[in-house]
Design a protein. Structure first.
Length: 337
């Protein structure tokens, strides 16, 4: 869709497109992982292929820095998980023997704090993204194994989580020390109708680790915001997320969670980020339908603040351009009665 928007606005400059849509002022700057062995072995994608810098096995299949293998789908738009290095793990020793990235593998932008300061001086809100350790665990282990471990082999889960949350904390602390405004945590833990592993297992194994990570970062920067991204129905975890210190929840898929009901229940304690349907209205509605959904969302959830109106995930390639324009225009033109 970026190419279509550039054509529409007659520019090759993406920041100019963002200004036209009214979505400038957001900046992402984060540390990343660069294990030395991966750096030596990795390459850009093959000619005419799409994907990240990785260890490419053929023009559609690659291995990431953790040894997890993925295959790019037809058209280069999506990927599917193929295998992970903990897929056959049976014991804690198997987990401990697996090579995990550590804080020694973290790299950050040159003059990180200065660059954050410059972005903020230019009126940008600066965030840094980290991966949810659950997402990394299931990439290493396979989703079915990872979910079963919560009940059948929790000692494997905890052995991996101790290492993964230690790394996530080190990454988040880099963002806090650079004086960014927010840490984004990205990785789904829910489906359309429920939390994947169930609320009780999440509270037992994930929640206390998130509490420690956020406390460590807020000891460095007390006003640091924490953003939690997960598709699906998160309703059963919202109280827990607020308890440990998350303040922003994304994407609030309206097919899964009613944004108005979420706002009524949690009010000013919670910032909603998202809320516009990418499963129904944006791809299949008309511009007038999109405008109505935007106006309804703002009227129900935005009167007292605590709302960032956005599509409830990445806009898909088959979305009509007119609907995208209607979405952002409706936000800019809305006026409260």
């Amino acid at each position: 869709m970026a190419a279509s928007l550039k054509v529409h606005f007659a520019t090759e400059d993406w920041p100019a497109v963002q200004r036209e849509l009214g979505i400038d002022g957001w900046a992402d700057l984060a540390p990343w992982l660069a294990p030395p062995d991966f750096e030596r072995r990795s390459t850009p994608p093959p000619p005419d292929a799409q994907g990240p810098r990785a260890v490419w096995l053929d023009r559609r299949t690659y291995e990431d820095p953790w040894g997890t293998r993925f295959q790019i789908g037809s058209g280069g738009r999506y990927r599917r998980w193929l295998s992970g290095p903990l897929q056959q793990a049976k014991t804690v020793d198997d987990v401990l023997a697996c090579r995990f990235a550590t804080d020694q593998d973290i790299r950050e932008p040159d003059d990180y704090a200065r660059r954050v300061e410059e972005l903020k001086a230019g009126q940008s809100f600066v965030s840094g993204e980290i991966e949810n350790p659950f997402k990394r665990y299931w990439h290493l282990r396979g989703l079915e194994n990872a979910l079963a471990d919560y009940l059948a082999d929790p000692e494997l889960l905890e052995a991996a989580y101790d290492r993964l949350f230690r790394l996530a904390t080190a990454l988040a602390l880099r963002i806090a020390r650079a004086d960014a405004d927010m840490v984004k945590v990205v990785g789904d833990v829910a489906m359309q109708d429920r939390v994947m592993m169930g609320p009780r297992p999440w509270r037992q194994y994930d929640k206390p680790r998130w509490a420690r990570l956020i406390a460590a970062c807020r000891a460095v920067r007390p006003d640091l915001l924490f953003f939690f991204h997960s598709d699906g129905k998160l309703t059963d975890l919202v109280d827990d997320l607020l308890d440990v210190g998350f303040t922003v929840i994304n994407p609030i898929q309206p097919e899964c969670m009613d944004p108005a009901a979420v706002k009524r229940r949690w009010g000013r304690r919670l910032i909603l980020y998202g809320g516009i349907s990418i499963q129904r209205t944006l791809p299949f509605g008309r511009p007038a339908d999109v405008r109505r959904e935007v106006e309804h969302l703002i009227a129900c959830c935005g009167a007292e603040g605590g709302l960032v109106v956005m599509p409830s995930n990445d806009i898909q390639p088959d979305t009509p351009l007119g609907n995208i324009l209607a979405c952002y225009q409706a936000v800019r033109e809305y006026r409260f009665p």
